[in-house]
Design a protein around this ligand. Structure first.
Ligand SMILES: *Cc1c(COP(=O)(O)O)cnc(C)c1O
Length: 539
């Protein structure tokens, strides 16, 4: 076999010359562009390979000494990596928040990589900076509905920003709480502000003995990371329980008042507009009032649910989101943009000045460099993908996508409600919901013998885990699972399947097929008989 050799000539070729049109890489490119779904269904093979087996392919810890031809390497990637990856495009994979993408992102991704702009500063991004500001403005308008005069003042203002584009909801949540923290502990008198003097000085100056953030148990774990990073501490992220899946405003108020009466301070109240696990939306109007009473920052984590604002039919579900001081959105979820597209938006265009940073060689004062108020440094031009998607779909296109997802979830809920061996555990608000397999004879026992509930529920937990794992390993379809407390069983968290019906290619047949596969797995499992024995014993 022809072998590549390290030489300037080889390097030069790698940087410049595309391989021949019949090369392996060219074939891959062609196939990807023409029919992505077909490419994935051929190359991502659904075989039961254990992670341990796959690890064998990734065991070499030495940097390879010799170069390889690009095409040879591409072949290896196909066999080792692509073959054993996850087919997120599959309409029967309904457990992920990131699913199929519209095809135009493929060539656009190539353009993005080719241009390799860096949004940290104008010098390395030029037109990408105003584009990103415009995208932030569009999202800001979607949430806050400002008027013409507002956006003409602030959209491109060097001294303001309507938000920050970032890699995802995690960074967005961290950024929101970072701004809230720095706004709370601003400079006064001889105190130079928390950004310069640190948390200890701030707590002393302001005389608080504790700083907390309040949310519900459905709050995303990124809030815990934020509390950790910002010096608040994970234990001070207070996650109130929520058997009804939404944060109870009265309880949030009571908790906040208690902490403040004891000398602490609530930094922020976080409402969730579309919880990651069940898709529920917190009562934003009431929570805004609570934040007002507690005189704290009100953040809404709409990473998942924010795109619902595109739908005239369903945007009312997020009513009063405009009362939030900051909002997190993820374009790589229900806006069908490739991963790496999150945003935080601020109601007040001045807010992000609380974290503004200047440096000499970059981010000079008065410059429009976006990096001055973002947590991340070098960043790619991902905003272009959202810009393109918003133009190619239009609000009406996004509305259709949102509407069909929600309607599909209601349809699936209906299928489950009418199936003798399943139980819907949380109703869909958005296109997310949870359910579990409860054989009909167990349903009856749960009703007739309440004292058996704890034991039956534990056994059902085992069944849920068993089914979910077996289904995942078989590789034809995928639902995820989580553990929740629901109103029906307030004293015992239960394991449930979690489904996300965001893939527009998923249809009713796929959903029925998933339920059929799940009942089949359940009936074959030893747990089915064990449940039967438990119920019989009682009868
Ligand atoms: C997905 C999600 C996040 C985190 O977003 P990443 O993009 O994964 O960092 C935060 N909050 C909610 C509600 C989410 O659904």
């Amino acid at each position: 076999m022809n072998k590549a050799r390290a030489s300037l000539e080889h390097l030069y070729r790698v940087f410049t010359a595309p391989e021949g049109s019949d090369s392996k890489l060219a074939q891959i490119e062609q196939h990807l562009s023409v029919n992505l779904a077909d490419f994935l269904s051929r190359h991502v093979v659904a075989r039961a390979t254990s992670l341990e087996q796959i690890e064998q392919d990734f065991n070499d810890f030495r940097v390879p000494e010799d170069p390889e031809f690009v095409s040879d390497h591409a072949e290896k990637l196909l066999n080792k990596l692509v073959a054993n990856s996850v087919n997120t495009y599959s309409p029967q994979f309904i457990g992920h928040m990131t699913s199929a993408l519209p095809y135009f992102h493929m060539p656009l991704a190539k353009l993005l990589v080719g241009l390799n702009q860096n949004l940290v500063k104008i010098e390395t991004s030029k037109a990408f900076t105003p584009l990103e500001r415009q995208v932030l403005g569009m999202m800001h308008q979607l949430v806050y509905q400002g008027d013409e005069a507002f956006y003409s003042t602030y959209l491109h203002s060097a001294n303001h920003s309507l938000g920050a584009f970032c890699s995802g909801g995690t960074i967005a949540n961290i950024s929101a709480l970072w701004v809230a923290r720095n706004q709370l502990f601003k400079a006064r008198g001889r105190f130079r502000g928390i950004a310069k003097s640190g948390l200890q000085g701030a707590m002393q100056e302001y005389g608080y003995n504790r700083l907390v953030v309040i949310t519900s148990q459905r709050g995303h774990y990124s809030l815990r990371k934020a509390a950790d990073l910002l010096g608040i501490g994970r234990d001070n992220l207070i996650a109130l329980d929520c058997p009804g899946q939404t944060l109870d405003p009265a309880r949030a108020l009571e908790m906040g008042q208690q902490i403040q009466a004891e000398g602490g301070k609530v930094l922020a109240l976080v409402g969730i507009a579309g919880t990651t696990e069940t898709g529920h939306i917190d009562p934003l109007t009431e929570l805004a009032a609570v934040a007002n009473q507690l005189e704290c920052h009100f953040h809404v984590d709409a990473a998942w649910g924010g795109a619902t604002l595109f739908s005239n039919q369903y945007r009312g579900l997020l009513a009063c989101i405009e009362l939030a001081d900051s909002v997190t959105l993820d374009a790589h979820k229900q806006m069908y943009v490739p991963m790496g597209a999150g945003m935080v938006l601020f109601k007040d265009p001045d807010a992000s000045n609380a974290v503004r940073h200047h440096a000499n060689y970059i981010l000079r004062e008065g410059s429009k460099d976006l990096g001055a108020t973002t947590l991340e440094g070098s960043r790619n031009g991902m905003a272009m993908m959202l810009y393109a998607a918003m133009h190619i779909f239009g609000r009406q296109g996004y509305q259709l996508l949102i509407d069909i997802s929600i309607e599909k979830a209601r349809h699936f809920a209906n299928l489950i409600n009418h199936h003798e061996d399943f139980e819907l555990t949380t109703e869909p608000t958005l296109c997310l919901m949870t359910y579990r397999c409860v054989p009909s004879f167990v349903k009856q026992a749960l009703l007739e013998a309440p004292h058996l509930q704890p034991a039956l529920n534990s056994k059902l937990d085992e069944l849920t885990v068993w089914i979910q794992k077996s289904q995942r390993e078989a590789g034809k379809s995928f639902v995820s699972r989580t553990r929740l407390t629901i109103e029906k069983y307030p004293d015992q968290p239960i394991s449930v399947f979690r489904t996300v019906l965001a893939n527009p290619l998923t249809n009713s047949q796929h959903l029925q097929e998933i339920l059929r596969e799940q009942t089949e797995i359940a009936r074959r499992s030893p747990l089915w008989n064990e449940l039967q024995a438990m119920c019989l014993q009682e009868a």
